[in-house]
Design a protein around this ligand. Sequence first.
Ligand code: NAP
Ligand code: MG
Length: 505
Amino acid sequence: MSETLANGMIAQLKPQKNQLDERGLLRYGKMLIDGEWVDALSGKTFESRYPGSGEVIAHVAAGDAADVDRAVKAAQRAFTDGDYRKMNGADRGRLLWNIADLMERHIEELAELETLDNGKPLVESLKVDLPQSIACFRYYAGWAGKTTGETIETNARANAFAYTLREPLGVCGQIIPWNFPIQMAAWKLAPAIACGNTVVIKPAEQTSVSLLRLGELMMEAGLPKGVVNIVTGFGETAGAALVAHPGVEKIAFTGSVEVGKLIMRHAAGTLKKVTLELGGKSPNIVFADSNLELAAKVALMGIFFNQGQMCTAGSRILIESSAREQFLEVLAGRAAKMAVGDPLDPKTRMGSLVSEEQMNRVLGYVEKGKAEGAQLLSGGGRVGTQGYFVTPTVFDNVSNDMTIAREEIFGPVASVITFNDAEEALRIANDSAFGLASAVWTTDLKKALTFARGIKAGTVWVNTYNMTDNALPFGGYKDSGFGRELGSAALDVYTQTKTVYIDLN
Ligand code: NAP
Ligand code: MG
């Protein structure tokens, strides 16, 4: 395995000289603390690899509790004094807008780093993740300075005047996953800054590089030092230290249910506010009266986009029995034609899973599906021996109590479940520990609205799938977590309300 970019697949990118270090690896490896690029105090680093080939692309600082402490103190200083304190809402809005402009100017470079980090197709990084992330910064640029309080008539006494202020929380700890590294950062950083908070953010160990480059661009955009600090490292050390630190007011987390529960327990010690976005097992319900061709096409996108590594993945496809044959023919036919390929090739639509560990997890679920009696319609295996490529996999004859219908696989595995009527469809859909997203395909308005009312999930799509929008609240019911990101709803979780009471006697 090559140790230098020059010899490896990544040479295709012809990275600019200033992107490489003396070893020929990407130079993004230092952490951003108080406006400075620093190594971990321990001096430790870890290797970051390109999932498409397994090659080392960077050596990244392994931050731990001592580095988190430095970062939190810098964020506290930035919150209480310094240039950030002097900025009004309009200034913060301009700052967010500047960040978006710089991201746009460097969109190709950021998209390549995102693909090198994560293994997703370059075209997705370039045409979906980056544009949506840029739009997110612009969306919150518009909100900065527009939060309002209320004047409220008092009840206890007439001769008083009262109003509320919406104030930032202070230092926010943000812990993000590897599936959409830049976009998950945008969803958390933009509203936090719009509301005037400061941040310590920890990327997933698999995907630190693109966020470090974004950090450089944020500083170039005029971000005062200490407002955003990036601590790279492992969840059990850097992440846990952020959750335990008394100087952190809030933890915003996206990731697994298991770690979400752990974070909530450990945040209790310092009574931090917590918001959790924890994935799902989302039902995508197709009624016989819908446009089956379109429903099948979109269902594939709903499960195979980003190699299925999506919290909203439509991993349970529910089909009405009378349309089953027709639907499956299109679904399986199209799935069989979806080829995995080199993530860096602009023609590739399915790339590599993020890591060997994730690939083995996914293949383990495929074996479990077979063992429990589901019928494999397509895919189900690894492709090649380099990188972590898995063929788009469709299981039929799945019953909702099988492991592949209950647990989040986080990979390209669809479970097809058949139902007979609307009532049964809703019952199966709700028979899950999760409740993040859902969809219903029908031309019957009554069916659609009844489903939208009955489903226990944070998002319902009708005749579409995976349409997130920076303006719309996003988050879970049940084990999918709580708190909402995006939209004006995110302003609620990055501010607190102060009541001011003035006695006029
Ligand atoms: P994970 O462990 O929940 O990781 C998410 C983030 O939490 C990462 O930044 C991780 O850091 C950090 N973390 C881990 N342990 C922590 C701790 N004790 N305290 C504080 N932070 C901690 O998820 P994963 O291991 O990458 O993936 C496992 C499964 O989780 C996936 O197969 C999938 O089912 C689910 N998942 C869901 C989402 C989602 O969008 N909802 C995203 C990713 C994964 P390190 O990466 O450095 O450990
Ligand atoms: Mg983990």
